[in-house]
Ligand binder design. Structure first.
Ligand code: COA
Length: 193
């Protein structure tokens, strides 16, 4: 397995690796058809085995504190994507990608990495194993039509909302229980020393 910078020719392999990695996670329906590019500088690495992309990490990093990340008032890097192809998981590829990215982040004088993930005990354990610390949580809620009828949503005439995805920072059980699907979204932070 070799880790190297992402190039434009990697796009299809990157998209396939990512979609397969997320298939059995709480982000199963977060499918991309084009790879994201970033306004700010970034660290974008891929892991290659048998001429195939088997892992990836994308970190967009700050030149000014709190322009991308949220956890500290010093410059950080946001992990927008980290994924290992399911056939290659548990072989330390994710760990090696974090290590390679950390080396670059350190040279860039970034002070921390931030990542957001949804409630998935295995992924949480993995972040904790990589020495990330959970700092903040809030809810991701999906509401379907019957639940939405109970809310006074202000939309133009002839527009009938049939579904809604919402961020919820409260804890009212009445709100939480109306959601047809809900996830706890959590922030993990790793200090770079
Ligand atoms: C999270 C992910 C990137 C980890 O990559 P990986 O290459 O499978 O993990 P590694 O092999 O580097 O794991 C390193 C250590 O964590 C452990 N680990 C890995 N997966 C684990 C799991 N599901 N539960 C518990 N421990 C786990 C490994 O056993 C290893 O520990 P060890 O040194 O004691 O053997 C990968 O599982 C993945 O792509 N998941 C789906 C996408 C995702 O959820 N991304 C992050 C959230 S946005």
């Amino acid at each position: 397995m070799m880790i190297r910078p992402y190039t434009d020719a990697d796009e299809q392999g990157w998209l396939r690796c990512r979609v397969l990695a997320f298939l059995n996670t709480a982000y199963f329906d977060n499918v991309l058809q084009k790879k994201e590019h970033y306004e700010n500088p970034s660290i974008e690495l891929v892991a290659i085995e048998n001429n195939q992309i088997v892992g990836l990490i994308d970190i967009e990093y700050e030149m000014e504190p709190q322009t991308i990340c949220t956890a500290h008032d010093t410059v950080g890097g946001m992990i927008w994507h980290i994924a290992v192809h399911p056939d290659y998981q548990h072989r330390h590829i994710g760990e090696e990608l974090i290590k390679a990215a950390l080396k670059q982040a350190k040279a860039l004088k970034l002070t921390y990495l931030e990542a957001w993930t949804r409630d998935n005990a295995k992924i949480q354990k993995w972040y904790e194993k990589m020495r990330f610390v959970q700092t903040y949580t809030y809810h991701h809620l999906y509401f379907d039509e019957p639940a939405l009828e109970k809310y006074d949503l202000s939309v133009p005439a002839q527009v009938r909302p049939v579904t809604m995805f919402a961020h919820y920072t409260g804890s009212d059980p009445d709100v939480l229980n109306r959601a047809s699907r809900r996830h706890l979204c959590m922030c993990y932070v790793k200090r770079i020393i």
